[in-house]
Design a protein around this ligand. Sequence first.
Ligand code: PEP
Ligand code: MN
Length: 338
Amino acid sequence: MIVVMKKEASTETVSMVAQKVDSLGLRSNVIVGEERTVVAAIGDERNGFQETLASLPGVEKVVPILAPYKVASREAKPEPTVLKALRLTLGGGHVGVIAGPCSVESEEQIMTAAREVKQAGATGLRGGAFKPRTSPYAFQGLKEEGLKLLAAAREETGLAVVTEVMTPSDVPLVAEYADVLQIGARNMQNYQLLQAVGETDRMILLKRGMSATMDEFLLAAEYILDAGNQQVALCERGVRTFESHTRFTLPLASVPYLHERTHLPVVIDPSHGTGKASLVPSMCAAAIAAGADGLIVEVHPQPSEAMSDGAQSLDPQTFRETMKLCQRVADAMQVELG
Ligand code: PEP
Ligand code: MN
C-alpha cells in the first residue's frame, strides 16, 4: 500500500512513518515527488495495518496498490519521473535522443558516429561493448576496450554514454565508463543483474523482453527500484509475433499504456523494433506522436560494413533527415527534442 504524506510533512515525520512501516514487518520505500512524498509499504497487505498507518502524524491517506508492481506504479507517484544524464533528458516534455552504432567496432567508427549524431541533435551515444549475440560465432564486442572508446567519445562530444551490461560481475566495470546502463531484452528477467544495477547510481535503460508481458516488464523495473535505484527508463523494442516481414513487431500503444500504469519514462527503439532501416524514420516520428519520452536509434557511419545490425542502422545523412522529421512532430506535440 501507499502512505500518502501531507504536503507539509517534514523529512523527520516521513522517516518516522517509514520506521513504523518497517516495524510492522513491511518494507518501506520513500518516494519523493515534486508535489508530495509517499511511503510505499511493501509486504502482505492483508494484515489490517492500513488504519494504524492512516492515524500516524503527517499522513494524509493510505491507499492500497492493486497492481503487482508497487514503486513503479502511477498510484505510488502520480507525476511523471524525469531522468537526466549529462544533457540527455527523458520525460517532463523532453524527448531524449540516443543514437549510435549497435556495437563499438573501432576508434574511428565510434568517433565518427558520435560526431555525426551529436551534430544531428542527439544527446546520448549508444554503442555495445558487451554484445548479446544469438550465435556464439558472431562478433561479441570489444568489451573493456569498447568502453574506453565510448568514454573517449563522451570526452570529445559531451554525449551521455549508453551501453549494455550483461552480467552482474561486469556491473562495476561498465558503470565506471557509462552514464546509462542498458539491460538488454534477453536479460530483462535476469533478476540478479537487475538487482546489481539497482545498487548503482547510474540511470538504467531497461529493454522489454521480446516475449514479456507488460506486467512482467514492470515487475522487472520494480526489481531495480526495489534495490534502491529510482532512475529507470523503460524501453519498448518490439516483441516476437507470427509476423515475419519485420524483425520484431513494434507496439507503439505501449507508450500510452505504460504512461497510464507507471510514472517511469518510456523510450522507443524503432531499430530493433522493425529490423529495417527504411521503416525507422516513420517509427521515430510516430513514437513522438504517441508521447514517447525518448528514442534510441542505431546509426552507423557505413551500415553495409557494420559488424552487427547493419540492416536496421541508419546512415548519418538519413539520421539527420529523421531528426528534421522528428522536430516537426515534436513542435506539434510541444515537446523538446534532443
Ligand atoms: C541492442 O540495443 O543492440 C540490443 C542488443 O538490443 P535488444 O536487447 O533490445 O535486442
Ligand atoms: Mn543492435
